[in-house]
Design a protein around this ligand. Sequence first.
Ligand code: GAP
Length: 471
Amino acid sequence: MTKVRVDNLMEKVVSLCKRRGFVFPGSEIYGGLSNSWDYGPLGVELKNNIKNLWWKRFVRSREDMVGLDASLLMNPKVWNASGHLKEFSDPLVECKQCHMRFRINDTWSDEIWWNLARKLENAKVVEKEGLVQEVLKECPSCGAKKKFAVPKQFNLMFKTFIGSAEDRASEAYFRPETAQGIFVNFKNVLDTTRKKLPFGIAQIGKAFRNEITPGNFIFRTREFEQMEIEYFICEKDWEKYFEYWLSEMRSWIEELGINLEKIHEYEHPQRDLSHYSRRTVDFEYDFPFGRKELYGLAYRTDFDLKNHEKASGENLKYRDPESGEEFWPHVIEPSLGVDRTVLAVMLDAYDDSNSERMVLRLKPELAPYKAAIFPLLANKPELVKAARKIYDDLRRDFNVAWDDRGNIGKRYFSQDEIGTPVCITIDFDSLDGSTGSPQGKNTVTVRYRDTAKQDRIKIDKLKEYLGEKLD
Ligand code: GAP
């Protein structure tokens, strides 16, 4: 479907999300909480549809995959062993004039940050401040010249305390990635499922990062949701499975209905790799605010299992059933953000190229409502009764909407805007023993979102139709 790109797309999508109940500002009645967002009645349906589609595709339909749902709070030793306490930080610089803090590699280019980092590493303490002013020069917020403090590494993990005492011994962290829940349960899963390599453990859940510069709506937040797979393999096969997961991720993006022309694969240079990764490819999407990471695929080697074994003393090796050899499996990790998926899907589906109606062209599988049911006229009890019967019956199997307000045209536009693939109208012809045309008896009008064309469909075929076409 060709559509003309709209101006101010981001503003339009944010406004639609608020107006129609996809996403609300968090704690809004108290003036909000910086960059926190709540999913409303339609947003939660869209989000659940994305998660269910992912789970069905990558867990249920595969023999080599099992699921997991681990705790958000984990023993702090986990974060020591995983390297997060030491390494999971962003470089931060503060302007001494306005006291704004900036995540350097977001605010300036990667090149600038790497040059500065290299210089700082080799500089004496007294030289450091001068070097910073030379490279960063001007504050992007207040414009002050040469007022920066020496950058610091800022750890992104959210700290909390377990129990009533707020001391060192009770410190804990909310997980910054779901992945570690999988690694610490590796032995439990292996013992209970007897899976053989290669196999994967999948998990969907919240992760928390104290981001320095959250923003761009639900793109970067401090609390977000991930869908992650740790795919365990023999070391010798890592290149093969890396390619395999690249192609699985491409076809997942295609399944979401996202325009592949807006997707770009970015190979991380060695210097940018996370502390655990030997190769990372990001799937970037052309967001209205620039080309940014949507998902990541990393080769984590045996880094995590090896370090958890060393730190915990538990044997986390895999024993090959044929050779009896024991080793730490290596890991390929497709890591996907749920919220970034919601954002990319909404942006991609937004179409106001036709001045008469705005259409959210979501894939039917993702649409919050599969269908909307209307009685032609709200003041004719026999129509309302017949329409209610159909609505109640469909509702058992599908998420369907009811609308009897205003005229039919307005109801269509209202459903187009939230991406409902079909609208079903019950009119006099639909009624048993109707005075309408004999062919029309026991049928309803089905009107399609994408084409605005209409069909008559037998009432007793509706469920089958919705099941085949929309789920
Ligand atoms: N376990 C690997 C890992 O967490 P990551 O690249 O840091 O890797 C994976 O995160 C995905 O999680 C990203 O590609 C993105 O979709 C999502 N994500 C990361 N930080 C986020 C944030 N602050 N807000 C929303 N989504 C985020």
